[in-house]
Design a protein around this ligand. Structure first.
Ligand code: MLT
Length: 323
């Protein structure tokens, strides 16, 4: 009898999950951005959400849940219902580096389901305008001449801007004093105001300020110059050969989200990435679209695992302390 009841219960559960997936979405969806409004993660998410809601037919709310290098926001997604109504935005920092720095209380691979790889961009070394340097070599000389380390804004330990700062220190031999914010949106406000000296920032976050002349850009961490900022040399050209770093992003949902729902979300995100208006907005920020053959959920999952294998030994060797 007990087996009969259990089998009936499981059948009912399977049926209700299939019905839920069939009717999905039936109410607004939330995308959790683990950094402050006004930063690059927030900007990309809002551009995509605006187009995805048209495909999904429901409102998409963007919620900024910040702190601890983005790991608070990711935890919010991990512990939400696996029903497709809570999606997580993340990137190299939140879904790779944080696992090597924090005791997260969740597993970045087994507690999440990958949905889709999103655009990526190189980092750019930027400073406040008051820094007396007009080239990367002059910036390096200025940094090395200072009695105290220069201040570098980040989005917290383990964030993309923090990992990029560590990579910059390793490449240049310069020491930085990190100033953590809840995102590189507020960090940028302080850079423009001259409150901090520099950021090793996502190009998409700095490009408009560099164009406006409110901050100074020195080099991008890519093998070639960015089309949208072609006057900014690569680090190879400017005096830091081999300093390459690409910050990629993606969407994830909690483990156990029905596959049919992951498929619907993936399709809506791919539609948005293929929309000419969305591509124009993202490419104008210096973002590079993911290749068409890397847009499946499995491709993001494989990429995240490969990046963990690549970055964890480097980050652990840096012995990053989080307070
Ligand atoms: C980072 O530094 O990880 C991100 O650029 C932070 C953000 O998107 O605000």
């Amino acid at each position: 009898m007990r087996k009969l009841v259990s089998a009936a219960f499981m059948a009912l559960l399977t049926l209700s999950s299939a019905v839920a997936a069939e009717n999905y979405p039936s109410h607004p969806i939330t995308i959790v951005v683990p950094f402050s409004a006004g930063g690059p993660s927030d900007a990309m998410t809002r551009i995509l959400a605006e187009r995805m809601k048209a495909t999904l037919g429901e409102a998409i709310l963007v919620e900024n849940t910040t702190g601890a290098g983005g790991s608070i926001g990711v935890g919010r997604v991990v512990h939400s219902a696996p029903d497709g109504y809570t999606i997580g935005f993340g990137h190299l920092g939140t879904h790779v580096a944080n696992g090597a720095i924090y005791k997260l209380g969740y597993d970045l691979v087994t507690d999440l389901e990958p949905v889709v790889l999103l655009p990526s961009n190189p980092m750019i070394i930027v400073s406040k305008n008051a820094v007396p340097a007009k080239s990367l070599n002059e910036l390096l000389a200025w940094l090395k001449s200072r009695p105290e380390p220069a201040t570098a804004g980040t989005a917290g330990a383990g964030s993309g801007s923090h990992i990029a700062g560590l990579a910059f220190e390793a490449a240049s031999g310069v020491k930085l004093q990190y100033v953590p914010y809840r995102g590189t949106g507020p960090a940028m406000n302080d850079l423009v105001a001259g409150q901090i000296d520099l950021i090793v920032d996502q190009l998409s976050n700095s490009i408009n300020q560099v164009r406006a002349g409110t901050i100074r850009g020195y080099a991008v961490t890519d093998a070639k110059r960015a089309e949208q900022a072609s006057d900014i040399p690569t680090a190879d050209e400017a005096g830091l050969p081999g300093f390459h770093m690409t910050l990629w992003s993606g969407l994830w949902v909690p483990k156990g989200t029905p596959k049919e729902i992951v498929t619907k979300l993936n399709a809506a995100a791919v539609d948005a990435l293929n929309d000419p208006g969305v591509r124009r907005q993202l490419e104008n920020l210096g973002l590079q679209m993911p290749p068409a053959d890397r847009l499946t959920p499995e491709a993001l999952g494989d990429w995240q695992k490969a990046e963990i294998a690549k970055w964890w030994p480097v980050i652990k060797a840096a012995n990053v302390k989080v307070d």
